[in-house]
Design a protein around this ligand. Structure first.
Ligand code: SF4
Length: 457
């Protein structure tokens, strides 16, 4: 039996698609890139923006039409929808051509779904976990891996649909996290990213009695692994002296970035000196309307604390402009915050109303052309800041992780630094997953050109 997965949206969906592929493989299914050859198409969806949902619905319509054609020629095709749109629209998707709706919180139905095609006496037993997490998210052969540590969000930022589709926060048990990291180390993984909608509000309340599978280095470690700061220490201990050298995490909420977490990160060099810290806006009035629960002064103080604790740390962010009621003065506040912080890069969007969120009914919607013009100013400013940050690094000698051949020249390697900068190096005989020492010689766009000056230590 063959299947095809189309994945949309965030890294959590990418990680969950990797986990789904493991389950398919365990059930004896083969992946195909050809929808016409597949017995089952799975669409792993994103509902964060209306445009993403519309794109998915267009894909669903294409697969539904293919399904009808295939039924006529006696080659049935089934379509499953997983992820956030499955959660948001539920069984209504069946009227649009879906046969199965898996949802972001209900993973169990996959077992029944696969069993439908299996021959019970011969088919391998497939028991995907029931609950918020899978067991294994690793893409075989990759030197990088996501490790989900929590799922869902309790924050209810007024523009965001995530808490409604992903549900409230659920933290993964420390035993499952460490067991997965140990497995990844055995597979030779070099870099992991702890993943969740709001990783720094990680909060494990299961207690030792509910997590018997774990063999902690000491009981004290285990009991202490109740929050993100404690988890970082446990993760650092798990990767120490092993092949996993770099640990990243995504995404953090500024209000949850405590001094204890900063101290824990600073104390463990395995945590890369790059942090993605979504600010969203620079005006206190808009931040309050967004329900972000920090001020620009709080955010800037946090940036100073991070830079003091981890000299050289780079920061990236998310910025959302065009929120209802936003004035030109508010836009100036975003620009002045960007000037103050100097982000290495930013994901920048303009606001789009999402039905079901608190901001949906707010007065003062900004016309599309104004939103676009404001976004263009933000993008231009960030472009200048990115170049400025990168230029300051020219001439440095850094460690970089080899990701693979560069897009333009197979004789060159694309590498990434711990600060999340890209560097292209001419070198041979080096494989993805190796660390090398590189001098940052020149800039081409936002990518460094570098020279290999040694092996990574
Ligand atoms: S923190 Fe806010 S923006 Fe992020 S997922 Fe939660 S509700 Fe959405």
């Amino acid at each position: 039996m063959t299947y095809l997965i189309e994945t949309y949206g965030c890294q959590m969906n990418a990680a969950e698609s990797a986990a789904l592929k493991k389950i398919f493989a365990a059930c004896g299914w083969e992946e195909t890139a050809d929808a016409d050859a597949a017995h089952l198409v799975v669409l792993n969806t994103c509902a964060v923006r209306e445009t993403a949902e519309e794109r998915f619905l267009a894909r669903l319509a294409i697969h539904a039409a293919r399904k009808k054609m295939r039924a006529k020629s006696g080659r049935p095709l089934a379509v499953a929808v997983a992820g956030c749109v499955a959660e948001r629209l539920g069984d209504a998707l069946k009227e649009r051509g879906a046969d199965f709706v898996l949802g972001a919180k209900a993973r169990g139905p996959l077992e029944a779904l696969l069993a439908r095609w299996g021959e019970p006496e011969n088919a391998p037993v497939c028991r995907p976990p029931f609950g918020a997490f899978y067991d294994d998210y690793h893409v075989p052969g990759s030197h990088k891996s996501f490790v989900p540590i929590m799922n869902g969000c309790n924050n209810f930022c007024s523009y965001c649909i995530v808490p409604y589709v992903r549900g409230r926060e659920v933290s993964r048990s420390p035993s499952a996290i460490i067991a997965e990291i140990d497995r990844l180390a055995n597979e030779g993984v070099r870099e992991i990213t702890l993943l969740g909608q709001n990783v720094n509000s990680y909060h494990w309340t299961g207690g030792i009695g509910q997590d018997k599978a774990f063999s902690p280095r000491s009981d004290a470690d285990f009991v202490a692994a109740a929050d993100f700061a404690a988890l970082t220490r446990l993760v650092a201990q798990a990767v120490e002296d092993g092949p996993i050298r770099w640990v990243r995490f995504l995404s953090s909420h500024p209000k949850n970035m405590t001094g204890t977490i900063i101290k824990a990160l600073a104390g463990h060099p395995c945590f890369c000196r790059h942090i993605h810290l979504p600010v969203q806006h620079g005006s206190n009035r808009i931040l309050a309307a967004m329900n972000r629960r920090y001020t620009r002064e709080d955010y800037c103080a946090l940036v100073r604390a991070l830079r003091e604790a981890m000299p050289g740390v780079t920061l990236s962010t998310d910025i959302l402009v065009g929120f209802p009621g936003e004035t030109e003065e508010d836009v100036e506040a975003v620009l002045s915050l960007m000037d103050e912080v100097r982000f290495l890069y930013a994901y920048m969007y303009h606001y789009n109303p999402r039905e079901g969120t608190a901001a949906y009914g707010l007065p003062g919607r900004i016309p599309d052309e104004v939103k676009k013009a404001r976004l263009a100013r933000i993008i231009e400013t960030q472009g200048a800041h990115t170049v400025e940050c990168l230029k300051k690094r020219l001439g440095s000698r850094v460690t970089a992780l080899v990701e693979g051949p560069s897009r333009n020249d197979a004789g060159e390697l694309l590498c990434r630094t711990e600060h999340d900068e890209q560097v292209v190096v001419k070198a041979s005989g080096i494989k993805p997953g190796e660390f090398i020492e590189v001098s940052l010689d020149a800039l081409a766009g936002n990518t460094f050109r570098g020279t290999r000056v040694g092996n990574g230590t």
